[in-house]
Ligand binder design. Structure first.
Ligand code: NAP
Length: 300
């Protein structure tokens, strides 16, 4: 039986592994897939992680991984399907039927991109509709693309795509962006990004391939012609496996404070899955440290 099982290998999970190793806990990291920096692995350039100005998201994740590996972290490749509590601690149920046992759990499973849910989105997914500019941007060299969203991800995606595409529409449902000001300034200064504000996407059009996106801008319906549609409308926490185990808020985040303690005894939530104000790599990494501190206090 482990002292703690860490679920997820993004910044929160790998930071928890580093701290668990230093705290001399017995532990392993269960990963469904290699997460690296989690969602930010798909970011071309990270300017706000302390000490690594300008690094790409994937390389930052590699550094986190190397650090955890150097401290002897055991990785278990498996998907967690659920949890059961008994008087000794937690049974962690795996999708392949195996069961792992631990006195505590640090759940750091991250998040996945939110879908828009409009006509054409599913049909053209992977054929002109993408949730990852870094992965698919090169397919749209010298073409016209549309990015949907007004947060950091959407503006970063628009800037990244502007270097390859001929033209980028940045479509946002409000007048104000949610993204940080530095990004907003860069976007506004970029010659081939056209802002389409107060516009709600209603349909992705096309036949064999995507031909454009229908929007409703202040009551007026119109179609913007585009070869590719990049959707960046936020993320959804990966909390399906814990919905019967701990309390979630109305958006599906695990309710837990800075100490990462969730509603069930010996269960801790770290990183993007936790209720919090700021979801950044640095706050996820901080959660890993806080969760291990709380675990150590709980165990000893
Ligand atoms: P986000 O901040 O939640 O922004 C999502 C955007 O999508 C918002 O502008 C939202 O509009 C819009 N949206 C949501 N649902 C929509 C819908 N159904 N139709 C149209 N638009 C919709 O998500 P994010 O940009 O992915 O960022 C997630 C977190 O990661 C944030 O905390 C962000 O700061 C962080 N992040 C940081 C970096 C970085 O620091 N380098 C990079 C990427 C992400 P409203 O504004 O109207 O709600």
């Amino acid at each position: 039986m482990y002292d703690t099982l860490i679920i997820g290998s993004g910044p929160a999970g790998l930071s928890a592994a580093v701290y668990a190793s230093r705290a001399k806990l017995s532990f392993a990291v269960v990963e469904k897939e290699y997460m690296g920096t989690g969602q930010i692995a798909y970011t071309e350039r990270v300017d706000n992680y302390l000490g690594y100005y300008g690094i790409d998201g994937f390389s930052l994740g590699e550094k986190f991984r190397e650090h955890a590996e150097a401290l002897g972290t055991e990785f278990i490749d498996s998907e967690v399907s659920g949890f059961q509590r008994d008087d000794k601690g937690w049974k962690v149920l795996l999708a392949d039927g195996d069961i792992l046992e631990a006195r505590t759990v640090i759940y750091a499973a991250g998040s996945h991109p939110r879908i828009l849910g409009i006509t054409g989105e599913k049909e053209f997914s992977g054929r002109g509709v993408s949730y990852c500019a870094l992965c698919d941007g090169a397919f749209f060299a010298d073409k016209t693309v549309a990015v949907i969203g007004g947060g950091d991800t959407a503006l970063e995606d628009a800037l990244y795509l502007s270097k390859q595409a001929e033209k980028v529409y940045l479509i946002h449902r409000r007048e104000q962006f949610r993204a940080n000001r530095a990004l907003q300034e860069k976007v506004r200064a970029c010659g081939n990004i056209e802002l389409v504000l107060e516009a709600v996407p209603t349909e992705i059009t096309g036949a064999e391939n995507v031909t454009g996106i229908k929007i409703n801008q202040n009551g007026t319906e119109m179609v913007l012609e585009a070869d590719g549609i990049f959707i960046a409308v936020g993320t959804v926490p990966n909390t399906e496996a814990v919905k019967d185990t701990v309390s979630l808020d109305s958006n599906g985040y695990i309710i837990a404070g800075e100490d990462c303690k969730a509603s069930a005894e010996g269960f801790f939530a770290a990183g993007d899955v936790r209720t919090k104000q700021v979801r950044q790599v640095i706050t996820a990494a901080a959660d890993g440290a806080n969760a291990v501190s709380a675990v150590s206090e709980y165990l000893y």
